[in-house]
Structure formats: C-alpha cells, structure tokens
Design a protein around this ligand. Structure first.
Ligand code: DX5
Ligand code: ZN
Length: 217
C-alpha cells in the first residue's frame, strides 16, 4: 500500500493547526515528524512541546517520527508517551543499532531504521528482520527543500531486492526532494511510503496533498 507522509518541517508554524487540518482533510493519514538535535545533523528543528501540539490538533492522525538525533534511544520513553505510531532511528547515530531497535519494538511501536545517502544498505542488512520501515534518505538529512539525489533510485531497487530475497515485508520510505515531477519514478523503483515537505507545504497545501495522493493511487 502506498502512503504519503507530509513532513511538517516545511509547515507554516504560524498557522500550524490550520495547515495540519488541511493535509488531513485532503486525505493524508500519517504525518512525518523530523526531530533534529544539532549534533547528528547540523540543524535543530523542534521537540516534544511542538509534537504535543500536533497531537492535540490532529489526534486521530498517525505520527511517523524521524529522529535525526545522536544516541536516539535516550529519548525513547519521551516519544512513546507522546503517542508516536512508529519511531525511525538512523543507522549512523548509534553503536548498538540492533539493541536500540529491539527496545523500540518492545515499546509496541513500529520500528524504523534510516540510512543517509552515504550509508550502504549493507549497514542495515542484519536488522532487516526487525523493522517495519526502511527509510532511505534521498538528501543529506538536516534540511527541507533540497534536491532528490538521483543515485537513490538504484538504492530503492536494491532495498526491494533485499526484502524479496529475505521474504520480508517492511515499508520502503523515501525522504528528501520528492515532488510531483519525480514521484512516479520513485514509486516505480519500489518505494511505497513517501515523505514530502516542501512539495506539500509550499503553496496550496490542500491541493498539493490531493495531487500527490492522486498520483500514488
Ligand atoms: C530532512 C528531513 C525531511 C524534510 C524533507 O532532513 O528528514 O523529512 O522535511 O523535506 P523536502 O520534502 O522539502 O525535501
Ligand atoms: Zn524526515
């Protein structure tokens, strides 16, 4: 099943509640939440207070947490209590990836692992059995509005193959530089969970969301 996860990194924070309702009314049923710590990535986004507000504004919408944070498991309990539906951590951000993913699993939430553009999929080969989501970063993490890295198509296809070979069923999520021009090709490569920040929130949020959802049918 194809899933669109609008990333609120590009939302107009001055009108957050209205903007969130627009994407939900347009049919999005999951929101991508980018938490950055200024250490793992050279940027700081937002944390629990903002996420609490999002949850309050759209309580029935799932939240897909993308932690761009060093040693992310330190914050597991915090985000579990905030009502995330899944938590994705970066393979590069921890020395004990498998143990950390197991802890997320034990918390009852969906388990995701993310790889930055320079990280080969071989780095997560031994945790594929544990995950619900493989997040392939198609830009260097840290900022919205960057261009999709063309070499990512091969990485998506490789992920599909690895999943098939092992008889697994995790979602393949793509994050960074997705727009109405390249989404067809990204879906054709085999990604089924699509994050879009600027392509959703720049301009007419509701129309953008509807258009992308239509293209994902
Ligand atoms: C970047 C974040 C993305 C970002 C995507 O590090 O992980 O989720 O919001 O933004 P766009 O879709 O504008 O590339
Ligand atoms: Zn993200």
């Amino acid at each position: 099943m194809n899933i669109l996860a609008p990333s609120i990194l590009s939302i107009d924070f001055g009108h957050m509640e209205d903007e969130l309702k627009k994407v939900v009314n347009a049919g999005a049923d999951i929101i991508h939440v980018d938490v950055m710590d200024g250490l793992f990535v050279p940027n700081i986004s937002f944390g629990p207070p903002v996420i609490k507000y999002v949850k309050k504004a759209i309580p029935d919408t799932k939240l897909d947490l993308h932690m761009m944070v060093k040693d992310p498991i330190r914050y597991l309990n915090t985000y579990v209590s905030l009502g995330m539906s899944d938590i994705t951590i970066h393979a590069e951000a921890t020395k004990h990836l498998r143990e950390d993913l197991l802890q997320i699993k034990e918390s009852g939430l969906g388990v995701g692992v993310a790889v930055s553009p320079d990280t080969p999929l071989s780095a997560v080969e031994n945790v594929l059995d544990l995950i619900d989501i493989l997040l392939i970063m198609t830009v260097y993490p840290g900022f919205g509005g960057q261009s999709f890295r063309e070499e990512s198509y091969d990485k998506i296809r490789e992920a599909v193959q690895m999943r098939e070979t092992r008889g697994l069923s995790f979602d393949i999520e793509v994050d960074g530089g997705v727009n109405a021009e390249n989404i067809d090709k990204i879906l054709a490569a085999g990604a089924n969970m699509i994050v879009a920040g600027s392509a959703v929130f720049n301009g007419d949020t509701e129309a953008n969301t509807k258009r992308l959802l239509e293209m994902m049918k």
